[in-house]
Design a binder for this molecule. Sequence first.
Ligand code: PGA
Length: 265
Amino acid sequence: MVWIGTSWKMNKTIGESREYARLLSEALAETPLPDAVQPFILPAHTSLAAVRDQLAGAPVLLGAQNAHWAAEGAGTGEVSMRMAADAGAQLVEMGHSERREQFGETDETVARKARAAVDHGLLPLICVGEPGAVRAAGDAERFVTAQVRAALSLLHPDEISQTLIAYEPVWAIGLAGTPATPEQVAPVMGRIAEEARRLGAGAGCRAVLYGGGVNAANAAALLRETPADGLFVGRAAWRVDGLLQLLAIGRQYIEAVPVVSSRTS
Ligand code: PGA
């Protein structure tokens, strides 16, 4: 299974979101993807319900970019897991570096959000990643492992298989980022998968995704040359043709992976 998805971040009106979803469902109806390619999109909260209605049965998972851990209450400006699920979210992102930097999200709030997401039947999409200075100091694996351990700390080992973990090195994200090479990120991703297996009593997390500066030129190598189970994309998928191109790369990757026969001879 390969996961290919995008967060639209703080972009798109309801009308623009609906148009993207319409074009995406039409393209997927015309050229269906194999079941082993799982698309997902994370609109702004304001567009969630409209995108859910527009997708109407298309095989695309829908997610929220953030939600509060409490079910309801005095949380001015926030949306709860319950409300995100009600608007159509099936997964919920947490711990993105923009939220850690600009909105005070911490390992502790990420852990509470992961707990609340599972309690509300949502898949947590947990973002981790080291700042450039941490990598320069040779400390990326230790830093990211600590983030993973903290994020999963309120889950039962059996629940860890419901989580998606996105490795997003802070230095590789966005306009100011420097695209990462597979060699730079593969060891950290292997470490994340190993830590999730250790905490999840052997089962591990649902998927480890890579995000940060992904585009049509580097996507195939990031899938082939790292342990990534998928890609989490910003800018390169904000137009629907960008996402469709990345889905095609995901499909080629899946079709090239040798099928392991279950027959014994
Ligand atoms: P980008 O964003 O693909 O635009 O670098 C990635 C992310 O923040 O998830």
